[in-house]
Design a protein around this ligand. Sequence first.
Ligand code: BES
Ligand code: ZN
Ligand code: ZN
Length: 497
Amino acid sequence: MKFQLSKSSSKISSETLVEFVSVNKNKINTEGLPKSIKDLASASFRDGLLKGNVKDIKVFPSLNMEGYKNIVLVGLGNKKNQNIECIRFAASSLYSALKSYNLRKVDVSLTSLQKHSKNLGDSIKAFVEGAELTHYNFDDYKPKAKDKYEAEFNLVGPAKLISKSAKDSLNEGIIMSECIMVARRLGDTPGNLMTPEILAKTAAKEAKGSKLKVTVWDKARIKKERMGGLLGVSLGGGPDPRFIIMEYKGAAASKKPVCFVGKGLTFDSGGISIKPSGGMHEMKYDMCGGANVIGTMLAIARLKLKVNVVAYVPSTENMPGPMANKPGDILTARNGKQVEVLNTDAEGRLILMDALSYACEKKPAVIFDAATLTGAVIMALGNSFTGVFTREDKLYSKIKKAADKTCERVWQLPLMEHHMNDMKGTHAELSNMSSFRGAGSSTAAAFLSNFVEEDIPWAHFDIAGTAWKVGNRLNYCPSKGASGSMIRTFVELSKMF
Ligand code: BES
Ligand code: ZN
Ligand code: ZN
């Protein structure tokens, strides 16, 4: 879609005008609206047609007012309790309303957006994200629609509102949306069309034109680098594994990088410990950790942030072929630790153990990993909170701060000594499965902690619940597809070290 800023003095060619309103103590606030539209909003409020709450939209077609054919009123709720997620929600609902009326050329009033939201720059960015991310639709493999709906948003205001910072905000919104959509598309594309090789090639293709350097290791190199977990999981069959490295240098060379690691399991059948067939197709999303880390790196590079970042994405399928890991097999990780594979379906931790060990060798400032790691996190937190595990409470405070800023929901879950004990093996140092029932997400995190040196700050994000199918919580996310969770928070975090 198209988003642009323009001065109200320039010739208006749109058919539709969008104005914002807010509410306070059961009263509608119409500050900043032209007189005729103020009256319209007040009358609609009085008649109960418009409540002014977030997600409340009222379309007045063929009204012919203020030189526009159609007028649309958008509620932003009570300004006091508002955050930027409210703007995303409002923009998403607006997009859906415009689409249902097939309104394609829209002027959006910056004067009223400024009056009824807290910070114009943040609101412009969130507006673009809310609308563009709702427009996302994974229909690449469906018959082409004859006249696909596309809208053109013209954000109009007086010259003083069309500042350099407003332009930057618009640009940030566009870049963030694009990178989140790249990640969603990687997630939504099924296993046969999104193999480790294709994942790596797409990351490299998307990185073109930016300062991102992408290096891809093939199976032979993975073996040579002693990545026994990634190699072991890949032996189950399917396409060859890859280890994807992405590097971006936007700060002084002496500055230690922030490191992201993402689980890139392009299809998880469970392996020999095979999953039940109902719902198994959803395991194409098991590479969303990798996809969202790739999306994060693209965003950082395209935004040209002054930070140093590096990302590692181990990628393979988990299949039950004749050479697959068998329960009881012992694998050796890159850092030399040996692991008894008691359940081949707990494969995410096996590929992450090598990636985390490798990441530590580079002595980064901090490591964040994202993985659709456990079904247990969905039992604990549902699809609205990402579970976060870390050995350092101070690091969690930073994560919470970043997530509060982007309005992504995180919740700290325990990672304790006894979870570590539960992951001890019988015939090897470690087991990939807990010896006790329950706390499956904590024991998975405890397993990973064996591969991160203690002096490196590290946090693990279990996005199994939030990486897809969150449309019932967030209107700008698809109800059945990938969400791109944590990309916004990771971009924010990259600036904090
Ligand atoms: N990819 C799954 C986790 C998952 C489950 C993600 C459901 C999204 C939705 C992971 O590889 C897995 O199968 N984990 C097992 C671990 C268990 C065998 C210790 C799980 O959570 O059941
Ligand atoms: Zn699994
Ligand atoms: Zn998995």
